[in-house]
Ligand binder design. Sequence first.
Ligand code: PHE
Length: 403
Amino acid sequence: MGALMGGVMRPVFKSRNRSFLVFGIVFLSLVGFVNCTKKGDTGASAQADLQALVLGEFGTMTGPESTFGISTHRGIMMAVEEANASGGIQGKPIKVISLDDQGRSDEAVTAVTKLVTQENVQLILGEVASSRSIAAAPVAQKYKVPMISPSSTNPRVTQVGDFIFRVCFIDPFQGKVMAKFAAQNLKMKTAAILRDIKSDYSVGLADFFAEDFQKMGGKIISDLSYSSGDADFKAQLTAIKLKKPDVLFIPGYYTEVGLIARQARELNYNGVLMGGDGWDSAKLTEIGGKAVVGGYFSSHYSPKSDKPVVQNFVAKYKEKYNGEVPNGLAAMGYDAARVAIAAALKSSTLAPTDLRDAVAQTKDFEGVTGVISLNDERNAVKPAVVLKVMASNDYEYVTTVNP
Ligand code: PHE
């Protein structure tokens, strides 16, 4: 992490310079109130001199997946600011230290190491992308600091150990949701898959989709791959088009998905395009244009739900962020932070091991993305929604699928 400038702290989003790993330290109340905190007092007198809660966040704030980190960060900050407005944790404001991993696994490891060993955070929020959560989780586990991934869905993330949690569903479920939607709702018989072999998320979701689609009577007639960062998918798409699949399942992230959709339509492939939560970005339509419109993907929530908890969140978020409709990532960031804060409110010491135990007990927590109960594997079991792409950041809610 040559990019880390001797502890230079920069206000969030003021720096456009990618070379700064540290993108933000956010003081949520009077600086003097929180700037001398050090964690670690787990003694009996902890109640009296309880330290402030310092949350660490690592995310992709720059690079081709930057909307993942930015949206998640907005959700997290909204939750933290709300909590601080109502008194913080035992009267002290919560502080958040956010680091940019630039969408790289090695930087994710470095960021979490720094959060734990230098910033002494008591709990970590992140990452979005499963590969980066899988890379960094062993550091949190080793130092026994709880980590909650808002939205990493690959099963391996929480298998790293008992300090690693997530507040989202996992890919075996997500794959089944889309297989069922393709086979039963759309009555599709044949599918092709185009997976990103560099992404644990993409490879896993492709496999889970294939397994369930076949169980439901569908056929996978082509299963090809690319690597994140690729920009030309014509060879794979030409081969796929020749097989005329009813569906092209693309379990990737929005940048490549946008390009793949565009090139598929340029080659006159007319089947249905489908994918998973990695499509969730306002940039999807910016990159994919008309080609992605009409495509379906599974997601963590719909901002169009009429549930009061959702409408309340959407209204507050729009007010705070210039009218922007919160996507699934923002909702998951908000829920992850709220689960962390709820655990802190139950912990008397705020020591990482106590926070871990409190997080593990999360049950029937009413999140924006559904009711969150963490199971023995530290995963949330909750419904997914299927959305249809209509226009930029505008999705038609199609259906909810329960586990
Ligand atoms: N679930 C994806 C992963 O595990 C990340 C993601 C979540 C992307 C939500 C977009 C929206 O890699």
